[in-house]
Design a protein around this ligand. Structure first.
Ligand code: TXA
Ligand code: MG
Length: 316
């Protein structure tokens, strides 16, 4: 059953559940987030499972301060200026990820960059401090449904699928944070949101590149894949066995000779948690291609197959 938490006792309980790798919906000033320990791949896979998300988009990591965020990502130039001007607040900054970040690759969808945010809601701040690490959290709604601005909305959509909801009252902003990509030559707006673009431009003293991708949540065609991790090696799907010279990424029992196995027990959540790590590992090994075993197309298997199909798509 999903616990309803509030007050001091609720805050400690939420931190305890998150430390144990459970999913907890948490209040922020924008919308309620479905939080998990961003360093725990199985916990992060649980986010996608609970939301019924058909693909693995990179997730925003929440920290209590710029100082804590600086352990995960690199802040200089515009990123530092914007963080200093608007954090805590409804602004997410995409910055280069530190090699020592400790994040599950599922959080960043295998990318070298990371989206970081310091929420302003005092209860969120206190939870992050009590938890003591990065929390990955997309909006706490089933995939395709509207974002939740109250604990009641969260319960309606996700009751029984997550460990708890921490009630912090209605979210004041009501729309997701504004996302700015600070990894290119000039800052670029990735998603309009709770912080007005005009305020960003005033702080920067220059217009923001507003060439927002038409769909911020996921590229829909192979041509839009440029920002997503794709192995250098060709990826072959639904392979019962690897062709000569290729590496074999297996799934399920009975594959003792495979190069690696996404989940020897056939657990889709474990496979999701391992996906990007193993693709990176095999990509760095000698071999002509990465052949991947068939993955059941239900539950998290949908998202795994979506990501694998993108990895196998013809390169431009
Ligand atoms: O207000 C919010 O931002 C809410 C609350 C809960 O904080 N969170 C939220 O998170 O909306 P999420 O995980 O749904 O946002 C994910 C979006 C992705 O769809 C993508 O647009 C962007 O953040 N994103 C994350 N990591 C990225 C990266 N490395 N590069 C580019 N975009 C990234
Ligand atoms: Mg959302």
């Amino acid at each position: 059953m999903t616990e309803r938490l509030e007050g001091e006792a609720g805050l400690s309980r939420a931190a305890e559940l998150l430390r144990a790798g459970e999913l907890v919906a948490i209040p922020t000033e924008t919308v309620y987030g479905l939080a998990a320990d961003a360093r725990n791949g199985t916990a992060v896979a649980g986010i996608f499972e609970a939301k019924g998300r058909p693909r693995f988009n990179p997730l925003i990591c929440h920290l209590p301060s710029l100082e804590a965020a600086s352990d995960i990502g690199v802040f200089d130039g515009a990123a530092l200026a914007l963080a200093q001007a608007f954090w805590p607040g409804p602004l997410t900054l995409v910055v280069p990820r530190r090699a020592s970040s400790g994040l599950s690759p599922l959080v960043t969808a295998g990318l070298q960059t990371v989206a970081l945010r310091v929420p302003a809601l005092p209860l969120a701040q206190r939870l992050l401090t009590a938890f003591g690490g990065p929390l990955a959290a997309p909006s706490a709604n089933p995939s395709g449904k509207i974002s939740p601005s109250t604990a009641e909305h969260v319960a309606t959509g996700l009751a029984g699928r997550i460990a708890a909801v921490l009630d912090g009252g209605p979210a004041g902003v009501g729309v997701e944070s504004t996302i700015v990509d600070c990894t290119g030559p000039a800052p670029r707006l990735l998603r309009p949101g709770g912080l007005p673009v005009e305020a960003l431009e005033q702080a920067l003293g220059a217009p923001l590149n507003r060439a927002t991708p038409t769909n911020d949540t996921a590229p829909s065609a192979p041509g839009q894949l440029s920002s997503h991790y794709a192995p250098a090696k060709p990826v072959l799907l639904n392979a019962a066995a690897p062709p000569p010279g290729a590496l074999f990424l297996a799934f399920g029992p009975g594959h003792e000779t495979a190069t690696a196995n996404l989940s020897p027990s056939g657990d889709l959540r474990e496979a999701a948690a391992n996906l990007f790590t193993l693709l990176h590992r095999l990509d760095a090994m000698p071999g002509t291609a990465i052949a991947v075993a068939p993955i059941p197309n239900h539950g998290l298997g949908l998202a795994i197959n979506d990501r694998l199909t993108r990895a196998a798509a013809p390169r431009g």
